[in-house]
Design a protein around this ligand. Structure first.
Ligand SMILES: C[S@@+](CC[C@H](N)C(=O)[O-])C[C@H]1O[C@@H](n2cnc3c(N)ncnc32)[C@H](O)[C@@H]1O
Length: 262
């Protein structure tokens, strides 16, 4: 399994960290795609099925093939009550084991920046979708300043001089880069947009329990720290997070989305 897939090997921990935020952004993304019902979908980098569940609820697909190289994520996806319609398979986005034109639509939620070769993955999505079908993705905006659900944790870690977080391909989260990748894959009518969500936690303990699970770049970095280093990160977060008078914590996160026609 690739290093990037190892980052997310625990589907239950991923659910605590990111599942609900992917679903919030995913709902806006799917409204924007405005796809008809009864399509054959492939959900690439489906992870633990968080987005797949929203896809099934909102788009009434005929079928969904969820693929991801992480066996731990796929094992969790298979247990999701809202994803029973989907079939899940372990495989790599950059070499999809399906014939040309097998699907009507391909989605990839929050995965493109974790791929070594995003262009290859998008040309694979374009290959397996029939002419006229949809190819689309969304990814947290790592570089353009809107923030992601994990930005406060990343800022706290880096402000302590600890190693920067591993981001395999942050450049692929830019709107302009997504536009170019889609055009280079031969997709037509390419459009992009930003998606804004509000991330909220009931209190600091909820924030810490959600964000310190050992998955993703920041979770892995925390897991490798000494206990005093982790305590220093916690203390820094208490200073830097926008904690309201009632103890709740909330802030904005932005994803960039792109869609095109095969
Ligand atoms: C941040 S998670 C997103 C999961 C899910 N789509 C969601 O919206 O919650 C990133 C996913 O990309 C997957 N991934 C990493 N390398 C991959 C590859 N080469 N091909 C397909 N997926 C990959 C990881 O295993 C992980 O499940």
């Amino acid at each position: 399994m690739s290093e990037a897939a190892n980052l997310f090997a625990d589907g239950k921990a991923y659910e605590r960290l990111m599942g609900r935020w992917s679903q919030l952004a995913g709902a806006q993304f799917l409204d924007w795609l405005d796809a008809p019902a009864n399509l054959k979908w492939i959900d690439v980098g489906c992870g633990n099925g968080a987005f797949t569940e929203v896809l099934i609820a909102r788009c009434a697909p005929l079928s969904v093939m969820g693929v991801d190289p992480s066996e731990g994520q796929i094992a969790f996806a298979r247990t999701r009550p809202g994803a029973k319609l989907a079939e899940f398979r372990v495989c790599d986005a950059q070499a999809l084991p399906f014939p040309d034109k097998s699907f009507d639509a391909a989605s990839m939620a929050l995965a493109i920046s974790f791929l070594p070769d995003p262009n290859k993955a998008v040309s694979e999505m374009a290959r397996v979708v029939r002419p006229g079908g949809i190819v689309a993705t969304y990814m947290w905006d790592f570089l353009q300043g809107g923030g992601t659900p994990l930005t406060p944790l990343g800022v706290a870690i880096q402000s302590l001089g600890l190693p920067p977080l591993a981001r395999p391909n942050p450049e692929a989260s830019r709107r302009e880069t997504l536009q170019t990748i889609w055009e280079q894959a031969g997709l037509r009518s390419v459009a992009t947009r930003a998606i804004h969500i509000r991330v909220s936690f009931s209190d600091f303990d909820d924030y810490w329990a959600s964000n310190s699970v050992p998955v993703g770049p920041s979770g892995k970095a925390l897991a490798e720290m000494s206990p005093p280093q982790r305590e220093a990160v916690k203390a820094r977060l208490r200073e830097q997070l926008p904690i309201a008078a009632d103890g709740t914590i909330s802030y904005d996160a932005v994803a960039n989305a792109v869609k095109g026609v095969a």
